[in-house]
Design a protein around this ligand. Sequence first.
Ligand SMILES: Nc1ncnc2c1ncn2[C@@H]1O[C@H](COP(=O)(O)OP(=O)(O)OP(=O)(O)O)[C@@H](O)[C@H]1O
Length: 359
Amino acid sequence: MAERTGPAGPGTPAIRLTSLRKEFAGTPPVVAVDDVDLDVRAGEFFSMLGPSGSGKTTVLRMIAGFEEPTSGRIELAGADVTKRQPFDRDVNTVFQDYALFPHMSVAENVEYGLLVKKVSRAERRTRVAEALEQVRLGDHGKRKPSQLSGGQRQRVALARALVNRPTVLLLDEPLGALDLKLREQMQVELKGIQRDVGITFLFVTHDQEEALTLSDRVAVFHAGRIEQVGTAREVYESPASAFVAGFVGTSNLLAGDAARAVIGREGSFAIRPEKLLIAPAGDTQRGDGLMGAEAVLEEVVYGGPITRYVVALDAGARLTALEQNTGASHAAANLRRGERVRIQWNPEHVIDVPESASR
Ligand SMILES: Nc1ncnc2c1ncn2[C@@H]1O[C@H](COP(=O)(O)OP(=O)(O)OP(=O)(O)O)[C@@H](O)[C@H]1O
C-alpha cells in the first residue's frame, strides 16, 4: 500500500485540486468540471454549493477515486493521489442513500469495513465503540437499523466512515433524504461531530442555507466552474458575481436603466432583502442618510417572524424586502397590496456585482 500521508506539514491543505477537469464523452461532450483549482484546509468544514448539474458531485467522485479526471491533479495532505485506486486514498464517502445492512446490528454495520480489512478483534471493538460514541449512538450498538429513526440511521452511516479514521470525509448530500425538521436537527449534530473529531469534511449540497449554516468556507459552483470561495458571510455579503448573488439568497438585482435611475451609476447591483426598509409613500421618518425609491406594493406575504414585501419600482425593477415582525408599531405594518410605498436603504448595503466572476 502506498504511504497514507504525504509530505504534510503545518499549512499543507487537506485537499488540493489543480486544473481539475472532467469531460464525459458524447456529442457534444459534456464538460462537467472545467479547470477547477481549490485548496481545502485541514480540519475545515468545507461545502461545495451549486445548482443541479454544476459539477459538485463529479469533483467529489474524482477526489474519492470513483471517477478518473480528464486532466489535472488531486493531492490529499500533500500526496498526489490522482492515479491511486479509491481504497488507496485516505478518504471515506457518506452518501445520501446510506444502505445499511438490515440483518446486522448497528455495531456490526460499523465494524464491517474493519473486518474486511482484517483489523484485529480487539482493535475493532475499540474503534467501533469510539465511532459510535462520536456520533452519539454509544447506547445503540445492539439495535437493528429498523429500530432507529432516519437521523440515527444517517449517524450510523457516518460512524461507518469515521471508524476508518480518514483524513478527509466526503459527504454527498447526506441529509437530502431527511424531512426538513430532522434535516435541521442533523445539521446541528453534524457540525458538532465535525468539531469534535477534527476531520476535514467536504460536503456537497444544493441547499444554500445548509451550506451557509454548516461551513467554515463555501465554494459556489456554476457550470463546472467555481465562481467564488469564501466564508458564509463573504459569499452572502460580497458576492463575486450576479450568479452568486442570485444563488446564495434572494439577490434583488438592479441593472441597466433601473440601476442608473435608482443607484445613479452604470453597473449591476444587489441589495439584500433584509437591508431594505419599506414605508408608505412620502414617509421620510427613517430617512437619515438613506437612499430611496418610489414603488408600488405588489405582494405582502406574512411569514410568522417576518413579512415579505414584493415591490415594483417606478424605475422598472422588482425588489423583495423582508421586515421582522417585532411587534413594535412601525410604518410597514398596515401596508396593503396596490399601495404606493417608499423603499429605502443605506448606501453601504449596495453590492457591486460583476456579471461573471473574473477567473
Ligand atoms: N457519467 C456521466 N456521463 C455523462 N455525463 C455526466 C455523467 N455524470 C455527470 N454528468 C454530467 O456532468 C454534469 C455535472 O454533473 P454533477 O453530477 O457533477 O453535478 P452536480 O452539481 O453534482 O448536480 P446534482 O446536485 O444534481 O448532483 C451534468 O451536466 C451531468 O449531466
